[in-house]
Design a protein around this ligand. Structure first.
Ligand SMILES: [Zn+2]
Length: 188
């Protein structure tokens, strides 16, 4: 942030406001405290019989890789409506949004993923502007090495394991920053 969105001043400083515990971007002209908090990514795991619906991404990041329909929750939108909207936008698919399934904190990028199980209502789906291709996959055909995000891999792995057990609890977890690749150049 270069200018205060309240008054337009560039007199911004990072400091801990009185009564707070974390440094915030504070406008020293008008006093506005610009809080920044995590964004919510909401989506669906649409299922038809034994198959799950995946979208091949037409946008960066991870262009060309597969994902479940998901995106940022909008202001004024419920989490259920957001999940259904993203599924309609990315897969042109109509779903009945079911139970909360995975909730995954990503503290290093300030996001929380909230994924719902969902029942695909018909087979009239197809790629929206953010997708190259949309199709149903059997468990054995899921392109595990071409899944766009670890949150999606985790959600799908949970699903296929839970399906074998016949129960679908809500999975609340976190994913930390991926460990850097070990530098083996100087290894003995
Ligand atoms: Zn200001």
């Amino acid at each position: 942030m270069k200018f205060c969105s309240q008054c337009g001043s560039s007199a911004l400083e990072l400091r801990v406001p009185t009564g707070d515990t974390l440094p915030r971007c504070v406008c020293s002209n008008c006093g506005t405290i610009h809080y920044q908090n995590p964004k919510v990514v909401v989506g669906c795991l649409p299922v038809w019989d034994e198959q799950v619906l995946l979208c091949k991404r037409a946008i960066e990041p991870r262009h060309g890789l597969w994902t479940l329909p998901a995106g940022f929750l909008e202001n004024g939108e419920t989490i259920f409506a957001g999940a259904a909207r993203e599924t309609a936008e990315e897969a042109h698919a109509r779903v009945e949004v079911g139970p909360l399934y995975t909730m995954i904190s990503l503290p290093h990028i300030n996001q929380v993923y909230v994924m719902f199980r969902a029942r695909l209502l018909d087979l009239e789906f197809g790629p929206g502007p953010e997708s190259l291709e949309v199709r149903l996959f059997d468990e054995n055909d899921v392109p595990w090495s071409e899944i766009a995000f670890r949150t999606i891999t985790r959600t799908l792995r949970n699903y296929f394991l839970d399906r074998k057990l016949g129960v679908f609890p809500t999975h609340v977890s976190a994913l930390e920053r991926r460990a850097p690749r070990p530098d083996l150049s100087g290894a003995a």
